[in-house]
Design a binder for this molecule. Structure first.
Ligand code: SF4
Length: 110
């Protein structure tokens, strides 16, 4: 289901951006078989990090992110940003309640 939606979104992006001279064939997530859909719409923190890393090497990250904002994408990683419930999240929290007594990270020393 997500694969079809992702392909439709990308096709729409291609159509919309063609007039602006953006060549989406350089998109790092575009492999023609939608094999990365699971990463870009995953709930798993490590998958999301991998999707963001892929976007980090994509030459189209900025127009991708701007397009997602304009289309009000509800979910997924677009342009290196995570969208959830239509909002851009700085990072995804782990499931469940935060610990009552969070562990304090010791600063690194040389
Ligand atoms: S920025 Fe990420 S989601 Fe957007 S086209 Fe590039 S790889 Fe795909």
């Amino acid at each position: 289901m997500f694969a079809k939606l992702f392909e439709q979104e990308l096709a729409l992006e291609l159509e919309l951006e063609a007039d602006q001279g953006i060549d989406w064939s350089d998109a790092r997530c575009r492999d023609g078989a939608a094999t990365m859909v699971g990463l870009f719409f995953s709930e798993q923190i490590d998958d999301i990090a991998r999707a963001k890393a892929i976007c980090g090497l994509c030459p189209l990250a900025e127009p991708c992110f701007q397009g997602a904002l304009e289309r009000r994408e509800p979910w997924g990683v677009w342009g290196g940003h995570l969208f959830a419930n239509g909002k851009v999240l700085a990072q995804k929290r782990k499931r469940g309640r935060p610990p009552k007594n969070p562990q304090v990270q010791e600063p690194l020393t040389a």
